[in-house]
Design a protein around this ligand. Structure first.
Ligand code: SF4
Ligand code: SF4
Length: 332
């Protein structure tokens, strides 16, 4: 099975429960950013630029856990910034797991080698390592030499210790797809459990030059889709078909709500019109109908997984073909 069976079980139970209760808007993944502090300054990073003025701030452990308790999403993505710079990070991981939630732990891997000695493999815990290309490209995008080698060594160590590891790769305007194929092949040889891919999104804070526009995304992802047949992608086939222009989807901005040092970010992981004090307020007060492609000009080029993978979950039950495709994909 492609995804861990416990994740499949918990997610299916949660979705079914919401559907029986006729709840239409519910979160799937809580994006928890305890700090935006980072030990890198990657070219494509919107976070460290958007939150430059508050980058030294950190959520308390209690605030993080209150967010996990308040938001019913079964998956918590611990991200940042670099979450390994967050002092109570090990307590945070243990407490989230103790609540029966699943963790995707996003890291640039610079501190991961040592951190692995303080973390333990757990069926609900997945390391998610940022990999943007082979050595030269990865080091250029992360703007520091040596980052690729560190990430590779950390992945090897994590696999040796029995951790589940996935990687996430952003496809930028100048990404060479032959190089991406070589990267995915190398990651497969390292034994990674899953590969996530997504097009970069043009954050206002970063500028346009790095990022793909919709037609370029569709062209590049036709090739990426072909690669998904050869490598163990965790990006779903429907999302990839959307990226290559074959499937029309609207986003689900409440699917991956973000909690950071400033509050609950509205409306979505990518654009910010404000921060609310509570998850309930975010859900009630955000004018969801104002957002999405064709509704807000900032959304025009967005095809990001955090907005559209939750739509896949909503759409999947509407077509037998999609359901069958997903089932076959998950069981292979
Ligand atoms: S490692 Fe992540 S958070 Fe840090 S600068 Fe790079 S993209 Fe941003
Ligand atoms: S299209 Fe993208 S940026 Fe716009 S609301 Fe949806 S997820 Fe957010």
């Amino acid at each position: 099975m492609r995804f861990p069976w416990r994740l499949n079980y918990d997610l299916s139970k949660y979705i079914l429960g919401n559907s029986l209760k006729k709840i239409d808007r519910y979160p799937l993944v809580l994006m928890l950013e305890p700090t935006h502090l980072c030990n890198l300054a990657c070219s494509g990073c919107g976070r460290i630029r958007e939150y430059a003025g508050t980058i030294q701030e950190m959520m308390s452990l209690e605030e993080c856990l209150a967010a996990v308790d308040e938001c019913p999403a079964p998956i918590v993505t611990i991200t940042g910034g670099e979450p390994l710079l967050y002092p109570p990070v090990y307590d945070l991981v243990n407490e989230v797991l103790a609540r029966g939630k699943h963790i995707q732990f996003c890291t640039n891997a610079l501190l991961l080698g040592d951190a692995l000695d303080r973390l333990s493999p757990h069926p609900n815990f997945t390391l998610n390592v940022h990999m943007d290309g082979l050595e030269e490209t990865h080091d250029r995008i992360l703007e520091r030499k040596g980052t690729f080698k560190i990430a590779v060594e950390s992945i090897k160590k994590a696999k040796r210790l029995g951790f589940r590891v996935c990687t996430n790769t952003t496809i930028f305007r100048d990404s060479d797809l032959l190089e991406m194929e070589m990267l995915f092949s190398m990651l497969t040889d390292l034994g990674v459990d899953g590969i996530l891919v997504a097009p970069g999104f043009s954050y206002v804070a970063v500028g346009e030059e790095l990022f793909l526009e919709r037609q370029e995304i569709e062209r590049k992802f036709r090739e990426v889709y072909a690669m998904s047949k050869r490598f163990r992608f965790w990006s779903t086939p429907m999302y990839l078909r959307f990226l290559m222009g074959e499937k029309k989807l609207q986003c689900t901005p409440w699917g991956n709500p973000t909690r950071n040092t400033q509050g609950w970010k509205a409306p979505c992981y990518l654009i910010t019109d404000g921060h609310y004090k509570s998850f309930a307020e975010l859900m009630e007060k955000t004018e969801w109908g104002r957002y999405g492609v064709g509704k807000d000009e900032r959304c025009a080029q967005c095809m990001m997984h955090c907005g559209f993978e939750p739509t896949v979950v909503r759409e999947i039950s509407k077509s037998w073909r999609d359901m069958l495709e997903m089932a076959i994909w998950n069981f292979t």
